[in-house]
Design a protein around this ligand. Structure first.
Ligand code: GLU
Length: 332
């Protein structure tokens, strides 16, 4: 039963059963934040501007495979740069850490996601979660030809979801036809010998990954797979090796919210990744994955409600990685 009265929610939030507390918390937050209309939908990719700005869904998938959802959890949206940590994981698993480290750094940029900037001294992209880094990673992913590379990447994403995702062709075309800035980043990297291969094929793979469509249950399952030591809790299939997962989660913790990553780590304290579609994913290792979809973004390109939901969940359920002993008991 979905609690509707404040007293009911207060009692449920104190329930001894974690699943009841999670459900009560997300229902409460959905009701509370539905009236929040702060932020703007991303419009620089024309197709992204066509979404209903009021859409709002929250899903949680636990490491036991339980699924909790509230709101528009059936609505599909594109991953955008939420695909980046998964591409990074694929590259680590398939090529090894040294090869990936040579190509991409692990420093927060302090800049917007699409900054045309490379690391001082090395001319590498600063981290794999901003556009430059994700394009460099797309250039590394192995395959015989573009179709094979795409299929292999989709298969890897499918392991995290439990089914093969679709690509939104409208978003892909919209993005690739308005991508001068990403092309500029790619040419800059090629200028410094940081991007080999066919530049257009690499950019296409990057745009295709950004155009993968999921709903919040699927995204929360992807997050829960990262939370569950790399094993999808709903299919029991391994999607990423534990050694690569550690690097993915570390970079999500330090770089997951573009230039707002420090504030995020300080206030919420869990690995996360946002995308300009308004998708948002957070990982509580050993516990659960959270996904939010709400397309209105703050000035940093992060979902306003996505941040609010996770901030509140972190406080209510004691999720911050440096939580104190009392908070630590909240989900146990
Ligand atoms: N595909 C988007 C771009 O390249 C991704 C941006 C994002 O979600 O950070 O601009």
């Amino acid at each position: 039963m979905i609690p509707t009265q404040k007293t009911d929610r207060t009692i449920l939030l104190r329930s001894s059963r974690p699943s009841i507390r999670i459900l009560a918390a997300i229902n409460d937050l959905h009701a509370e934040l539905s009236g929040n209309t702060e932020g703007e939908v991303a419009a620089y990719i024309p197709e992204l501007a066509r979404v209903d700005p009021g859409t709002f869904a929250i899903s949680v998938v636990t490491c036991e495979g339980e699924v909790f959802s509230v709101g528009d959890a059936d609505t599909g949206f594109t991953l955008q740069s939420i695909a980046n940590p998964f591409m990074y994981g694929m590259a680590l698993d398939q090529l090894g850490r040294s090869a990936v480290e040579r190509a991409v750094g692990v420093e927060p940029t302090g800049n917007p996601y699409h900054a045309v900037v490379l690391e001082r001294g090395t001319n590498r992209p600063m981290n794999p979660l901003v556009n430059a880094g994700a394009i460099a990673i797309a250039g590394l992913l192995p395959g015989h030809d573009p179709t094979d590379r795409l299929n292999r990447a989709l298969e890897a994403i499918a392991l995290h979801i439990g089914e093969r995702p679709a690509i939104d062709m409208g978003v892909f075309i919209s993005e690739s036809s308005t991508a001068d800035r990403n092309r500029a980043i790619a040419y800059l990297m090629r200028n410094f010998g940081r991007l080999g291969g066919d530049l257009d094929e690499t950019l296409d793979l990057y745009f295709q990954m950004c155009s993968i469509t999921v709903n919040t249950v699927q995204l929360a399952t992807m997050a829960a797979t990262l939370a569950n030591a790399g094993v999808n809790p709903r299919t029991s299939t391994r999607a990423i090796s534990p050694v690569s997962l550690r690097d993915v989660l570390t970079v999500m913790f330090t770089c997951g919210l573009y230039e707002q990553s420090g504030r995020w780590a300080y206030r919420v304290g869990i690995p996360a990744k946002s995308g300009v579609s308004g998708g948002f994913m957070a990982v509580v290792p050993g516990r659960l994955g959270v996904a939010v979809y709400s397309p209105r973004l703050n000035t940093g390109g992060n979902s306003v409600r996505g941040i609010r939901v996770c901030e509140a969940l972190s406080t209510q359920l004691g999720l911050h990685v440096f939580r104190n002993a009392e908070q630590r008991r909240t989900l146990e």
